[in-house]
Write a protein that binds this ligand. Structure first.
Ligand SMILES: [Zn+2]
Ligand SMILES: [Zn+2]
Length: 326
C-alpha cells in the first residue's frame, strides 16, 4: 500500500520484493499495526516523508534473507521493527545515550519504507529479536504503541501513584496494564461523552474513566497526553498536584493555548517524548516477561488499509488496528 502523495489515499500496487543491503535483513511481514503517526504522515501534519512511501512502523515478521555484514540475526528469526530505523552513533545525542534524538536518525514508515506490505528490509541493528510468543498479529502494536507508551510511562518518577492518561487508544490500553501490575492507579480521560472508550479503559484496569473536561476524583501525580490535542496541556496541569509531571507522548499536537503561570507553578513540569531508543525496547520486552499484556486489536487485510485508517481517524477503533499479511 503506497503513499504517493500526502492527503491522498494509499494506492494498492505490486512492487519488487526489496533486497537487503549489507547491514539489513529482509523480512516477510506477518503483521503491521496502524499508529496515529501514520495519520499524521498521511494528513501532512508531518511534512517530510520520503515519497513514494510504504508507511507502517509496528512490524512483526520473519527474517527471510540477511545482508553480508549482519550479525546477531539469522534466517527464520522472528523480529519486530520499530519506528527508529537508523541512528548515526556519532552525534552528541547518540554519544550520550539519547539516540532517540539523533540528528541523522531515519524512521520506519516515514523516511524509510515500512510495513504496509508483504516484505520489507530493515537495518538489522534496529530490529528486536522476539520470542515466538509474539508471533500472533495482535503483538504488532507493541512495536510502537507499546514502546512509546512505555517510554512516556518511564519518564514519570517511580514514586508517582495516581497517573492520568489522556486519550485512551492503543498506547494507553497497553501501558495501563503495565502500570496497574506495578501498583499504579490509572485515571483515563477520553473525548467527552465517549462512554465506549471509558468502558474499555475500566475493562483494561483503570480505576476511573471520564471525559477530558471532567475533574479526576483525586489529584494526579503525573499525566501522559497521548491525544494530539494541545488544549489538553493546561487542563492536565490543572489536574496534577504540586510537583506533577505532564508528558506529551505524541509526535504532533495542535497548538497549546496560552495559560496562567499559576498552572505551572508548584514545580509542575511539561515534557515531550520523542521516538525511542533500542534500550527502551529491551527494557519493555523485559517487563513483558512478568506482565502478560493483552492487546485489543481489530484485524484488516493490507488492501483494506485506507478503510482502517479512516476508521481510526474517526475514532471507530477500540484498541489498535492491525494489518495482517498472511
Ligand atoms: Zn507509532
Ligand atoms: Zn546520532
Amino acid at each position: 500500500m503506497i503513499l504517493e502523495a500526502q492527503k491522498k489515499p494509499l494506492v494498492f500496487k505490486k512492487v519488487a520484493i526489496p533486497e537487503p543491503a549489507d547491514d539489513e535483513v529482509q523480512i516477510k511481514i506477518k503483521a503491521c499495526g496502524i499508529c496515529r503517526t501514520d495519520l499524521h504522515v498521511m494528513d501532512a501534519d508531518l511534512t517530510s516523508p520520503k515519497l513514494p512511501l510504504i508507511m507502517g512502523h509496528e512490524i512483526t515478521g520473519r527474517v527471510t534473507k540477511i545482508g553480508k555484514a549482519v550479525s546477531g540475526l539469522q534466517v527464520d528469526d522472528f523480529v519486530g521493527v520499530p519506528w527508529l530505523g537508523y541512528t548515526c552513533g556519532k552525534c552528541k545525542f547518540c554519544k550520550r545515550g539519547q539516540e532517540n534524538l539523533c540528528d541523522y536518525a531515519r524512521f520506519t514508515g516515514y523516511t524509510i519504507n515500512g510495513g504496509y506490505a508483504e516484505y520489507t528490509v530493515a537495518n538489522a541493528r534496529f530490529c528486536f529479536k522476539l520470542d515466538g510468543k509474539y508471533d500472533d498479529p495482535s503483538s504488532a502494536p507493541l512495536m510502537c504503541a507499546g514502546l512509546i507508551g512505555f517510554r512516556s510511562y518511564h519518564m514519570i518518577s517511580t514514586s508517582a501513584k495516581n497517573i492520568g492518561l489522556y486519550g485512551f487508544g492503543a498506547a494507553a490500553h497497553i501501558i495501563t496494564q503495565v502500570a496497574v501490575a506495578q501498583g499504579k492507579k490509572i485515571f483515563a480521560f477520553t473525548r467527552d461523552g465517549d462512554t465506549r472508550s471509558q468502558e474499555f479503559a475500566k475493562k483494561m484496569g483503570a480505576a476511573w474513566a471520564g471525559g477530558s473536561g471532567e475533574n479526576p476524583p483525586e489529584k494526579l501525580d503525573a499525566a501522559i497526553i497521548f491525544a494530539a490535542a494541545g488544549e489538553l496541556v493546561p487542563k492536565t496541569l490543572q489536574d496534577v498536584d504540586k510537583g506533577g509531571e505532564v508528558i506529551c507522548g505524541g509526535i504532533h499536537m495542535s497548538g497549546i493555548p496560552a495559560f496562567s503561570y499559576d498552572l505551572l507553578w508548584g514545580e509542575r513540569m511539561i515534557k515531550s517524548v520523542a521516538n525511542l531508543t533500542r534500550q527502551d525496547g529491551l527494557d519493555f520486552f523485559d517487563i513483558l516477561k512478568d506482565v502478560p499484556v493483552k492487546t485489543q486489536t481489530q484485524f484488516f487485510k493490507p488492501e483494506q488499509a485506507n478503510e482502517a485508517l479512516d476508521m481510526f481517524r474517526s475514532g471507530k477503533i477500540t484498541g489498535a488496528a492491525v494489518l495482517v499479511m498472511e
